[in-house]
Design a protein around this ligand. Sequence first.
Ligand code: UTP
Length: 293
Amino acid sequence: MSKPVRKAVLPVAGLGTRFLPATKAVPKEMLTIVDRPALQHVVEEAREAGIEHFVFVTGRNKAAIEDHFDMTYELEDTLRKRGKQKELDSLLADLPAAGATSFTRQQAPLGLGHAIWCAREIVGDEPFAVLLPDMITMAGGRKSRCLAQCLDAYARHGGNIIAVEEVRPEETHQYGIVALGEDYGHSFEISGMVEKPKPGTAPSNLIISGRYVLQPEIFAVLEKIEKGAGGEIQLTDGMIALSKAQKFFGVRFDGRTYDTGSKLGFLVANLAFAMAREDLAPALQAEIRKLVG
Ligand code: UTP
């Protein structure tokens, strides 16, 4: 039987250059999708999937993230005194249990692979999940979000798991792409991976989309890996090296992913999450109608 996955690594040390000037002093992961930081949506997805410990790889100017996942004594006290029980309950429900978070720093943004490697001491010798916090997911017909679907596949196959999504063939050169081996329907064996293939050379149109389950052996691989695309230490390069010794499986995520690290993705995510809320959808729909004439 495969070892259980208890910990999740959330790399939040990137500079968010696609979102300047908003991200000059505010971490991009703290920009709100409706009424909660993007990162809170991702932590909720991990909690729903059964994750018990959250490892945040942060950097300079990211202190707001640590504060967000801590108690806010003055605020809670004021809400209590003013009888704002609903707001208080919602704050407390979001708060991770004491000791359920760890924060470590990536001293320089050397790439996603390097950020994950920075979590090695906290993760230790057990399989772990990775959630890229700028990808926000919404459940589809299976009713579970992306990490829960990855963990179902992990229970079935073991090994390493990568969530994938389809893009149009002309977009494949912007992403990490997987090649299909044996196909089981919702999941499949990965027979190869390539980071940002040249146009027309991608082995499929399935992109690596931001949720992973990885075995701890990835850390030793990442320690030795050379800089790849963009002069950064790439997680995909680490996974390609590990795939020579271990199996990787893909999960076709049933649901939708929004890339909140891009301006358009962020705006669409706000609309989609607001439209999914009964308290906001009717009024928002009316406003959109006015805007688009
Ligand atoms: P991105 O490349 O999307 O994030 O990395 P970025 O570098 O912040 O964004 P832009 O392109 O400059 O706008 C995906 C995730 O990996 C983290 C980012 O914080 C983001 O959540 N990351 C990336 C790190 O933690 N460290 C890095 O060195 C690079």
